[in-house]
Design a protein around this ligand. Structure first.
Ligand code: FAD
Length: 380
């Protein structure tokens, strides 16, 4: 049971703070961009934090990827910049299928570069007509051996345009057999083209990935044919909980903005922070952040030991923390009055950035279905 982090994780937090401080002056600019900010990438490369996303055998920091380490780092990075947080997170989300499903050749080719953030990866699951209902994807791999062809269209893919490769989930096998496979598609493969996704309220490096008659060989295959969904679930098991870490970091930053404002601004002869309802908002937010942080750290520690069997705990932590972050940031804006509404102020940025967290890597409503199903299964 975790009540406080070991020194090892506290040292990591300090490393992450150093990286965040290095980009503080460009955070607003980067967080307003839908393309890669070179200064943020440079800082990530200089930090060596990406080596947390790869096992030591392929240039990573520890023998096995540690979800708690990733969680505490995202908590720190997100408090400063969603652009930085997303770049860091994608180094793992976009490469984990290679770590667990790739051949030694694929691992040796890509993972050391991922660990040094020399290349950026991307995970392409979503399509225009397939979001939560991922089994509705129509992207398809046909043919066999060295004569495979991939056709389809992936939508809202993080790092699209900046990535060196795409891990693509596609249908494969006889019609209605329900088989899905994973393919590693280099960004420069013939037939791969990228176009911009719609601009979001909280900009994100995002694009649409068109795959037209992309020729593949067995060397592009990740894992076993027909078992692509297993690699998708494995990725979520390790990385979904890290969204909880980012949400806690965002909420903490929002609360601190509210505290700084409400303790210095006076109305009715007192600091706002001493007016009952405002004090209540601050207190409720602090309590909720503490609860979400404990849940996130615990779920992340569990995921380290046995990611496969702890997906629902990761879902709980992600759901609780992302919903909490929305409540906290909303209260923080409210307690700051009109000063909470100023465009590109830190609080306004956090307000916009909290929103997508309840939708990506498992929308809240869909996560509740899985959590409830698990509850019904385990209660005797
Ligand atoms: C910033 C950002 C980055 C992203 N990056 C990536 C990426 O890198 N790779 C990738 O593959 N995808 C990515 N996505 C896509 C993301 O994974 C999808 O948005 C997500 O899966 C939800 O799908 P959807 O948006 O199509 O919503 P839908 O599935 O259409 O859901 C809409 C609403 O209906 C609810 N709903 C759906 N099904 C049910 C159900 N059975 N029961 C109850 N309620 C339900 C949902 O909870 C939600 O509230 C990204 C999205 C965003 C916003």
């Amino acid at each position: 049971m975790i009540f406080d982090l070991d020194q090892h994780y506290k040292d990591l937090q300090e490393e992450a703070r150093e990286c965040a401080r290095a980009i503080e002056h460009i955070a607003v600019e980067a967080d307003n961009m839908s393309e890669l900010h070179p200064g943020v990438l440079k800082a990530l490369q200089a930090s060596n934090l990406s080596n947390l996303m790869v096992p030591a055998a392929f240039g990573g920091r520890s023998e096995m990827i540690d979800p708690l380490a990733i969680c505490v780092v995202r908590e720190v990075l997100m408090a400063t910049s969603s652009h930085l947080d997303s770049l860091f997170a994608l180094q793992g989300i976009g490469s984990y299928a290679i770590t667990v499903g790739g051949s030694d050749e694929q691992r040796e080719e890509w993972l050391p570069k991922v660990a040094r953030a020399e290349v950026l990866p991307a995970l392409a699951l979503t399509e225009v007509d397939a979001g939560s209902d991922i089994k509705r994807i129509t992207t398809e791999g046909t043919g066999a051996g060295d004569a495979m062809v991939l056709n389809g269209n992936k939508s809202f893919i993080s790092n699209a345009g900046a990535a060196a490769f795409y891990i693509v989930l596609a249908k494969e096998g006889p019609k209605d057999a329900g088989g899905f496979s994973m393919f590693l598609v280099p960004a420069d493969a013939k037939g791969v083209s990228i176009s911009p996704s719609p601009e979001l309220i909280a900009p994100h490096v995002l694009g649409e990935v068109d795959l037209k008659n992309v020729s593949l060989t067995d060397k592009n295959r990740l894992g076993v044919p027909g078992k692509g969904m297993d690699l998708t679930l494995a990725t979520l098991s390790v990385f979904r909980v890290s969204v909880a870490g980012a949400a806690v970091g965002l909420a903490q930053a929002a609360l601190e903005e509210a505290v700084r404002h409400t303790r210095t601004r006076h109305q009715f002869g007192r600091p706002l922070a001493r007016l009952g309802p405002v004090a209540q908002m601050l207190a409720d937010s602090w309590i909720e952040i503490e609860m979400a942080r404990l849940l996130a750290y615990r779920a992340a520690a569990m995921a380290k030991d046995d990611p496969g069997s702890t997906l629902q705990h990761s879902s709980m932590a992600k759901l609780a923390a992302s919903e909490m972050a929305s409540r906290v940031v909303d209260r923080s804006v409210q307690s700051m009055g009109r000063f909470g509404l100023i465009k590109d102020s830190k609080i306004e940025r956090l307000y916009r950035q909290a929103r997508p967290m309840r939708i990506y890597e498992g929308a809240s409503e869909v996560l509740r279905l899985g959590i409830a199903a698990e509850l019904v299964r385990i209660v005797e």
